[in-house]
Design a binder for this molecule. Structure first.
Ligand SMILES: NC(=O)c1ccc[n+]([C@@H]2O[C@H](COP(=O)([O-])OP(=O)(O)OC[C@H]3O[C@@H](n4cnc5c(N)ncnc54)[C@H](O)[C@@H]3O)[C@@H](O)[C@H]2O)c1
Length: 317
């Protein structure tokens, strides 16, 4: 089958690509993005197409009528969508609509796996959210993700696509440099100290985060694709399982894995702009539907850190 990953040059896109290339049923894998890392997996089935998701012609080059599955990851992330209102709507909403329109022209309704976010939730929330909690996003990014969920559900209802949306927790640990996502601190408090760099954390130690590792997210994306339509029914959105951890608990786990000296590299330097966004995000969930569908969380933060160290080939001093 021909599979397209939008945002295929990004953090999760490249990791998903590796998982998809391990499958014999993927005959062609197209990564669509505005930019790609210098090193992509070496595989004759892989094609990297550079283009803007909000440009119908560019999209048409990647999404051909024989496309069987699309993983739609391309997005302007939270901090950037909040800072640039027009860019967020163009990429996150107009891009989604153009993609769905393009998919209407496919030979068979393609499976579409869409990465939504817990940023869908905000406002007056219960202490623990569950599958029945109504999204009231309090950021432009969260609003764009929820509209995307509704569009996906409606195109599914009409039989144009077979859509599945996952509300991802904050994905930790993200390698590389801090990015524009307001959640960037959640990875930086682990990654930067492990790289020997002091880190000024923009939120306080009691800030709680709902998190999931990249390994578990990639597993979830693949499971979301593989599960039969009956597993979803009319509700095409699921809150993924995760772990709740405060910044202080994450730094404590880092100390147990890598030593007190490494953990001491985290300092606190509150940033009101980041705190205002993060405060709107929920950190505690019950996810019975996702668990019944086979999605799973990491066992604990220490495992998340150890997996990151193993995946990135980091040597502890
Ligand atoms: N990482 C997280 O913590 C997290 C949490 C919740 C949801 N998500 C969602 O998961 C998806 C992937 O996130 P990620 O962490 O890999 O982020 P990322 O920024 O690494 O990847 C997004 C990719 O989209 C691409 N992109 C941006 N604008 C584009 C455009 N106009 N046309 C084509 N491509 C464009 C970027 O170049 C980037 O490679 C996103 O939809 C994000 O909103 C991520």
């Amino acid at each position: 089958m021909r599979v397209v990953v939008t945002g295929g040059g990004g953090f999760l896109g490249v990791r998903l690509a590796r998982a998809l290339l391990s499958r014999a049923d993927v005959s062609r894998l197209v990564l669509f993005d505005t930019a790609f890392p210098s090193q992509l997996p070496q595989d004759p089935r892989l094609e990297a197409v550079r283009g803007d998701i909000a440009d119908a012609r560019a999209l048409a080059a990647a999404v051909t009528p024989d496309t069987a599955a699309v993983f739609h990851l391309a997005a302007v992330v939270s901090g950037a969508a909040e800072a640039d209102f027009d860019l967020g709507y163009r990429v996150n909403l107009e891009g989604m609509r153009l993609l769905l329109e393009r998919l209407r022209g496919c030979a068979h309704p393609p499976r579409v796996v869409y990465t939504s976010s817990v940023a869908a939730f905000g406002g007056d929330l219960p202490p623990v959210l569950d599958d029945a909690t109504t999204p009231h996003p309090q950021t432009s990014y969260g609003t764009q993700k929820v509209i995307g969920e509704y569009l996906l559900a409606d195109y599914t209802r009409k039989g144009f696509v077979d859509g599945r949306a996952l509300r991802l927790p904050t994905v930790v640990v993200r390698p590389g440099k801090p990015n524009a996502a307001a959640s960037s601190f959640a990875s930086a408090i682990i990654r930067e100290p492990l790289a020997g760099i002091d880190y000024d954390c923009p939120v306080g130690p009691q800030t709680a985060v709902w998190l999931l590792s990249p390994r578990r997210v990639v597993e979830a994306l693949v499971l979301a694709h593989d599960s039969p339509p009956e597993a979803w029914g009319v509700d095409r959105v699921v809150n993924l399982p995760g772990i709740t951890a405060t910044v202080a608990e994450m730094v404590g786990a880092l100390a147990r894995v890598a030593g007190d000296g490494v953990a001491a590299r985290v300092r606190y330097a509150p940033d009101p702009r980041i705190q205002a966004i993060v405060r709107t995000w929920p950190a505690r969930f019950r996810t019975p539907r996702a668990l019944a569908m086979g999605f799973r969380a990491d066992p604990d933060v220490e495992t998340v850190i150890r997996d990151y160290i193993a995946d990135e080939g980091i040597r502890l001093g």
